[in-house]
Design a binder for this molecule. Structure first.
Ligand code: NI
Length: 188
């Protein structure tokens, strides 16, 4: 496995439309494993292949929500009082994913993106969607997605169409976000 470099806006590849996966081989499994390692290392909760400059319709997601069964650990390290329950790993891979039956109800979520580091903005999307996708063996699955998963999957599927979450913002807010990103990059 390998940690792959994540490309950042305004890299031109992020505007590419990703191609369907047609061959479910070992190279695909390696790509998926590398994408998980890259996402966990970043750290992030979702990654589309184009973010590592591979224009294929492959998405990995792990919301890494706190494990409800784990005991709440008191933080004696730095006395911050945070909930230090370990995140429960739930790696999901979606190949050739397609959304259908989006809900009429919308929800707003404060989104961020590993390709737009340190920028966060509210984006309104359908609150629930259904998803059809293939796994690494090519088997087809369907599932209704709600809450954080619905938001995350819509954000990741946008990447496959060359769309970033900041593209959902007004032109003014988007240019402010890109300027902030450019400024941070120059300072680094
Ligand atoms: Ni993203």
């Amino acid at each position: 496995m390998a940690i792959l470099p994540i490309i950042e806006a305004p890299h031109s590849s992020l505007k590419r439309i990703s191609a369907p996966v047609e061959t479910f081989d070992d190279a695909l499994k390696t790509l998926v494993a590398d994408m998980f390692e890259t996402m966990y290392d970043a750290p992030g909760i979702g990654l589309a292949a184009i973010q590592v400059d591979v224009p294929l319709r492959v998405v990995v997601v792990d919301l890494q929500e706190p494990d409800p069964d784990a005991p709440v650990e008191e933080c004696d390290d730095h006395g911050c009082g945070h909930d230090h329950r370990p995140a429960k790993r739930n790696p999901r891979v979606f190949i050739n994913p397609e959304i259908f039956a989006p809900s009429e109800e919308l929800s707003v979520c404060n989104e961020g993106c590993l390709s737009v580091p340190d920028i966060y903005a509210d984006v309104e999307r359908p609150a629930a969607v259904s998803l059809r996708w293939q796994d690494v063996e090519g088997n087809v699955h369907e599932e209704a997605m709600t809450d954080m998963m619905a938001t995350c999957i819509q954000h990741e599927l946008d990447h496959l169409e060359g769309i970033l979450f900041i593209d959902h913002l007004s032109r003014l807010k988007r240019s402010m976000a890109l300027k902030k990103l450019e400024k941070a990059r120059r300072a680094a």
